[in-house]
Write a protein of this length. Structure first.
Length: 211
């Protein structure tokens, strides 16, 4: 009989201990959530801002059956809108796509630290020689060129870290998407000839940013 009472006593102690552990875990999670919300409210973090300012087209040719040769220099404006958070751009690769298909090689942008409210302007070349594209994209691209306007998307993929005081976060993936509609006919009404066959187009288009 005493063994049964002792076993029941031990079970009750384990139940109390389990309840205390659960209560402690809930309190800890609540405190952690409050701290995260408090830090978020103080820092008010915002994603970096990107704008594609212009594009200078040196070459853009579609050859049979479905190959593209291109050389384009783009000017990309980047701003850190935070006044308490710095941004480390550890790796950035820029390239061009047409209807979700990559049509240029990757071009690396040098690593840089962007301080509070700082601005960086990059002017990388993106290019490709006889880059194969899907047959339906090649046909659509030829039609767009004949119509006078081609819609491209300049993309930046990379990794970033954020700095708050002396704390530096882990690396996060950065994806930037900059849509641009460009007249590849080289008409003076839509672009400025800057030398030889190169034509510069003013875009000033805000880019979508995902971190």
């Amino acid at each position: 009989m005493s063994d049964v009472k002792e076993c029941t006593h031990h079970k009750e102690k384990r139940r109390k201990l389990l309840r205390r552990c659960c209560a402690g875990l809930l309190i800890f999670n609540f405190i952690l959530l409050v701290l995260i919300l408090l830090i978020w409210a103080i820092l008010q973090p915002k994603k970096p801002q990107f704008i594609i300012q212009d594009a200078t087209v040196y070459a853009f040719n579609v050859s049979a059956p479905n190959f593209i040769t291109s050389s384009i220099q783009v000017t990309i404006y980047s701003r850190n809108p935070n006044d308490k958070i710095g941004v480390y751009y550890d790796k950035l690769d820029v390239y061009a796509t047409y209807r979700s298909q990559q049509i240029t090689y990757y071009t690396a942008i040098p690593s840089v630290y962007q301080g509070h409210k700082d601005v960086n302007v990059w002017s990388p070349f993106v290019s490709g020689v006889n880059v194969p594209v899907a047959p339906y994209n090649g046909a659509s691209l030829s039609q767009d060129q004949a119509a006078g306007t081609v819609g491209l998307t300049f993309k930046i993929d990379g990794r970033v870290r954020f700095k708050v005081s002396t704390y530096i976060s882990r690396r996060y993936h950065l994806h930037v998407r900059c849509p641009a509609r460009i007249d590849f006919g080289g008409r003076s009404s839509s672009g400025v000839i800057v030398g030889g066959n190169a034509v510069k187009y003013q875009l000033t288009q805000r880019c979508g940013v995902t971190v």
